[in-house]
Design a protein around this ligand. Structure first.
Ligand SMILES: NC(=O)c1ccc[n+]([C@@H]2O[C@H](COP(=O)([O-])OP(=O)(O)OC[C@H]3O[C@@H](n4cnc5c(N)ncnc54)[C@H](OP(=O)(O)O)[C@@H]3O)[C@@H](O)[C@H]2O)c1
Length: 330
């Protein structure tokens, strides 16, 4: 089969698009014919060796996939050949990744794809949708009627947070880096969308939510806590999910006197059961049209190295090249 893999961590051009033996489903696994995969920043960190994980070599990159069940290993009983499925959390903890024509996935990670949802969309929603769900509901415990601020609301995770918060009945404020992306954040459901390059974001948020925001979701790798904590309401929750190297200054006094709390998390720590709980809600909202994928572009799988480069330039160097997911098709 054709696959995108590395023999050792390195820059994007160490990715090889070439032939590897097709895997066979072992006990509890499902062999999936891959129809679409999505690129995530963590794929690039793992490929580059920035994030140290157990890599079975040659290592196929990628966390997310959507496709069709080809065959089931013994004791894999949840799906049958021909079922459409999607998943995340592959290419981690010693598991092979998804960027291939076929992938073997333990059945506990798989979700049925709703009939009216395209494979491209299911793949594009998987990691970012589960991340948004975990952060909003398991961590920040967002309630209907509360106000949430999302810094970076047109990106991969941010656009999912905007939509899930809206689906949960929250008032949503989001930022983006151009007028076009501000309009995009609004189209995903933001009640107030602001251009973080040209507008006084703090002043606009204070006007919209004079008592402060109940949840502040930071998508950036260098949070500015001095500015952010000023915007939090009494008992506000701050969600942190990026910036492994970040060591920012933290305003302790202004934070604790408002009974605020800080919630850091990495989606890959969630168990398969926890992720499936998120996926069930995502599936329902996708099928009902309440949540849609934010796809910047679709490329052939053979373009994986270019896609990794683009993702790195956008997320790490902030080139502004992307506003959403790159989906690759085998
Ligand atoms: N902890 C977890 O479980 C988890 C899960 C997924 C991702 N992550 C991490 O979360 C981060 C975001 O991931 P992603 O997939 O959403 O990346 P992404 O698609 O690259 O989104 C990042 C967004 O940041 C926005 N941005 C750039 N400069 C900004 C600024 N000064 N102020 C506000 N927004 C700005 C960009 O939008 P504009 O061009 O509109 O400004 C861009 O869309 C990455 O570091 C990733 O590794 C963590």
């Amino acid at each position: 089969m054709k696959a995108v893999y590395i023999n050792a961590p390195g820059p994007a051009d160490t990715l090889i698009f070439g032939g590897l033996p097709q895997p066979q489903a072992r006990v509890g696994e499902v062999l999936v014919r891959v129809r679409a995969v999505a690129v995530n920043p963590i794929d690039t960190y793992i490929r580059a060796g920035m994030v140290k994980v157990n890599l079975p070599l040659p290592f196929i990159v990628g966390c997310d996939l959507a496709g069709v069940v080809e065959a089931c290993g013994t004791e894999a009983k949840r799906f049958k050949a021909g079922d459409r499925v999607w998943c995340s959390n592959q290419g981690l903890a010693g598991r092979q990744g998804t960027f291939a024509e076929f992938a073997c996935v333990e059945e506990r990670w798989l979700n049925a794809t709703p009939a009216n949802v395209r494979d491209e969309d299911a793949a594009a929603v998987s990691l970012v949708g589960i991340t948004a769900h975990l952060g909003l509901f398991a961590k920040a415990r967002l309630q209907a009627g509360e106000t949430i601020f999302i810094n970076g609301g047109a990106g991969g995770v941010g656009s999912m947070v905007v939509q899930l918060a809206k689906a949960a009945g929250a008032r949503v404020v989001a930022t983006a880096g151009s007028d076009e992306r501000v309009a995009k954040a609004r189209s995903f459901g933001a009640d107030l969308a602001l251009n973080h390059r040209t507008q006084d974001v703090a002043a606009a948020v204070k006007e919209f939510a004079p008592a402060g925001v109940n949840v502040f979701w930071e998508t950036q790798r260098e949070p500015d806590f001095d500015k952010a904590v000023l915007l939090l309401a009494l008992r506000g929750r701050f969600v942190l999910m990026a910036g492994r190297e970040a060591r920012p200054v933290f305003p302790v006094g202004p934070f604790y006197v408002k009974d605020c709390s800080l919630h850091g998390f990495a989606m890959f720590n969630a168990t398969a059961d926890e992720q499936r709980g998120c996926a069930d809600d995502l599936n329902r909202w996708l099928a009902e049209g309440k949540v849609r994928a934010n796809i910047d572009r679709v490329l052939p799988l053979s373009e994986a190295a270019a896609a990794h480069r683009l993702q790195e330039e956008s997320t790490l160097q902030k080139s502004g090249a992307l506003a959403g997911k790159i989906v690759l098709k085998p």
